[in-house]
Design a protein around this ligand. Sequence first.
Ligand SMILES: Cc1ncc(C[n+]2csc(CCOP(=O)(O)OP(=O)(O)O)c2C)c(N)n1
Ligand SMILES: CC(=O)[C@@H](O)[C@H](O)COP(=O)(O)O
Ligand SMILES: [Mg+2]
Length: 656
Amino acid sequence: MALADTTILEGLETPDRLRLLPESELQKVADAVRAEMIDAVSVTGGHLGSGLGVVELTVALHHVFDTPDDRIVWDVGHQCYPHKILTGRRDRIRTLRQGGGLSGFTKRSESAYDPFGAAHSSTSISAALGMAVARDLDDAETKARGEAPKKRRNMVAVIGDGSMSAGMAYEAMNNAGALHSRLIVILNDNDMSIAPPVGAMSAYLARLASGGTYRSLRETAKQLGKLLPKALYQRAAAAEEYARSLIVGGGTMFEEMGFHYVGPVDGHNLDHLLPVLKNVRDSDQGPILLHVVTQKGKGYAPAEASADRYHGVVKFDVVSGIQAKAKANAPAYTRVFGESLIKAADADPKVVAITAAMPGGTGIDLFGKAHPDKTFDVGIAEQHAVTFAGGLATEGYKPFVAIYSTFLQRAYDQVVHDVALQNLPVRFCLDRAGLVGADGATHAGAFDLAYLCCLPNMTVMAAADEAELVHMVATAHAHDSGPIALRYPRGEGVGVELPEKGEPLAIGRGRVVRRPEGARVALLSLGTRLSEALKAADALEAEGVATSVADARFAKPLDAELIVDLAMSHEVLVTVEEGSVGGFGAMVLHLLSERGVLDAGRVRVRTLTLPDLYQDHDKPEKMYAEAGLDAEGILKAVRAALPEKKGNRAGRLRLA
Ligand SMILES: Cc1ncc(C[n+]2csc(CCOP(=O)(O)OP(=O)(O)O)c2C)c(N)n1
Ligand SMILES: CC(=O)[C@@H](O)[C@H](O)COP(=O)(O)O
Ligand SMILES: [Mg+2]
């Protein structure tokens, strides 16, 4: 397919210039933005479908609203590439998600046009409401001082239908409806989450209240319907029946929550969008919800035709749309997890699997094909997912909550209060543990060791490779005495042979991988840093420093016998983990201090963790090197900890 000409974008570095264009030129701008985005993402990879669906909306928003003074808060932010192209970042758009390049999400430090950072969903209404209330307070202050009123400013949240399935969105709307603050929420309804949306009602019909005229619901639906593409018209017509029942019952759900509800509007038709947005902008009503119907992947045939609408893509050929899939040299951890869980469920009807709108990313899509009746996608609702699993566990089921480490953060009190405190046997399968690379700091699975190991009753495991993962799924399956978590990284495994059947591991027992005679150094690894620890041990051996290597397997309970023995029999003990401060290393230090091992001052302990900062996106291996968690970093720590030798500069051992 030929991409549109992008010449019109030259000179549109900021929306001020866009706002000078006649409306008749805006579709050309949209076509150019779409072309630019497709071309850019074809070389960077990233999120494509969502941004394609909001190209016209983005152009219209920056044309109608006086950004950045008017704030536009994008929910999740994965759809923000058109926004970035139009807000002074077109020149860097081909650095998206690369080290030193643009973030793949909105980021305050990147631009004044990004008023709020995002990536975890369903936060936009809360943030935009906070901004609206701040504006109202400022205006009240100005008035109280007798000063002339400041320029009228608008706060706009753009939230997808998938993100609208998270409780936080309702918490925000509930508050907004009570505050009556002038807030604009744009529901970008493309009838897709990452997978097709679940649970929430996916069709609404609203009273068209923009511009102050009100037509009968049936006329509005019919009139709007005719302006919508056939597929959308059928949905609008179908939704009309539903909405009429609500109207008869007193109005749409949003209106019940205090919102003025407008729509649905065709989100690709600028002739519709522009007048409605102007009306909404100039209305003194508050809050307003504008329901915009769009198509995820719009304008790029391979995306439109794809089941996931090219939600997330690697580099691809623009003409064919064929993605340059990275050659898998080993089964990806996610697939190994999914296949192992299927086997557990084959043998045990009590096994159930839960995902929060991430079936593909967690491997639950594989499980769902084999055990559809035991598969639950609860939508973007991690809090509900955890407590829902707790309920299942109370009735004797064995729930496996498959969730990215970073997204479990959203459900922390549910983990503590609803599961761990009640000692319910919920299995937490934490994919994307550790650094994830291109998604950056917002998606780093950095904190689960710290936030889970401090919980009484909790058992925490980390797989060193994909074979270990198979055994850990079996271990979690067999562990019915309380909650258990297993963590594993994003991406491919190391290519070890997979066991035919997973064997439950002894809880709280690690394993010695190598222990040469006269070893002076012990490297105690948790998770997939084991391969780096082995490389470091090889290098130390080559330098004449015999080095033991152990895989802790468990961050809680610790293998106290193994760890105390290592500490008592080596000069240096180094722990290494794919987690933040306060995790595995802290647990080891706590154990050693409790056992008095540190009192004699014999062993020197170093705990290698992720740095106490939010690392920007880059390739994972580069980020781990920056964190000192690769072989070189481990070597550096060992050399600095080995006892000084005569003639050596302080803290350094001249090896060989
Ligand atoms: C709390 C949280 N859970 C899960 C995700 C993963 N995620 C990213 S985008 C997405 C789907 C969002 O759907 P929608 O809001 O409809 O946006 P669309 O992609 O359709 O534009 C999900 C589940 C997330 N970003 N945040
Ligand atoms: C935007 C979002 O949160 C998801 O799309 C996430 O980027 C998926 O991550 P993976 O690519 O690791 O599945
Ligand atoms: Mg959607």
